[in-house]
Design a protein around this ligand. Structure first.
Ligand SMILES: Nc1ncnc2c1ncn2[C@@H]1O[C@H](COP(=O)(O)OP(=O)(O)O)[C@@H](O)[C@H]1O
Ligand SMILES: [Mg+2]
Length: 234
């Protein structure tokens, strides 16, 4: 199956099998689609800069896809829940990364109504608090920590995708990093919720639940609690 794109835009062609769903269509940056080959379903992300540029960056080992593979591997070893990049392939000079389907991104899940029930929102606030605390406890800053880069599986487990930009920061930088990550998370959650059939604001209770979980999970980390000026006696 070929998915016909808008006028003047190249078609997305399957890498090996049949395209089931196009998740993202951005001919300037990346196209992402779900493909099936026999019994196997997987997600393909194809980088869309010019083949010449991609080959050049590849030779220098600084292609963004190569960096994403390396970073995901490192994060996995550190115990961060990331979706593994199983394979890479080239299609007409463009790098494709292949990942398993491990749920839906939070923005798509919200649009499908997965968080319309308060109990689902409470569980999500808690899970996001745990995930953010885990990143901070390893002194990691993910400047792209947003709903479209977090997958949730059927058991409510969260995993990161598109995590090539995660970097290690000093303890002193953590408060600023926390501020930026929570701001982006909130902004993208509100955007996704706004497109849900039942539009909701993130309640004060859920903000507290997120904050409480985050602080509770950070408590054993002295460097971090010092940097965030969290007193154990409070
Ligand atoms: N392994 C996956 N399983 C399910 N959905 C995925 C997977 N990988 C990507 N997606 C979907 O495709 C979207 C874009 O993928 P992403 O890797 O974030 O690409 P980009 O770098 O272009 O943002 C995600 O927001 C998500 O909805
Ligand atoms: Mg993304």
């Amino acid at each position: 199956m070929r998915v016909r794109a808008k006028a003047n835009q190249p078609d997305i062609k399957p890498l090996r099998g049949v395209i089931r769903t196009v998740y993202k269509f951005d001919p300037k940056r990346s196209n992402v689609w779900l493909e099936a080959d026999g019994d196997r379903a997987y997600v393909v992300k194809r980088f869309e800069s010019s083949p010449a540029k991609q080959q050049f960056l590849r030779c220098l080992h600084i292609h963004p896809g190569q960096c994403e593979i390396k970073q995901h591997r490192k994060l996995e070893q550190m115990g961060i829940p990331v979706v593994p990049i199983q394979e890479q392939d080239w299609q007409a000079g463009k790098l494709c990364l292949i990942t398993p389907v491990m749920g839906q991104s939070l923005d798509r899940a919200a649009q499908a109504g997965a968080f319309d029930q308060p109990a689902a929102r409470h569980a999500l606030a808690k899970a996001l608090g745990e995930l953010t605390a885990l990143l901070l406890s390893k002194q990691l800053f993910f400047r792209d920590l947003k709903c479209s880069n977090i997958l949730m599986d059927e058991d409510g487990i969260l995993r990161l995708i598109d995590a090539g930009s995660i970097r290690k920061v000093s303890a002193a930088q953590l408060p600023e990093c926390l501020k930026r990550m929570t701001k982006l998370l909130e902004k993208t959650a509100v955007e996704a919720a706004g497109q849900s059939p039942i539009s909701f604001a993130i309640s004060k209770t859920d903000r507290f639940r997120f904050a409480r979980t985050l602080l509770f999970n950070l408590m054993p980390n002295k460097a971090l609690t010092d940097a965030l000026e969290i007193s154990r006696s409070k």
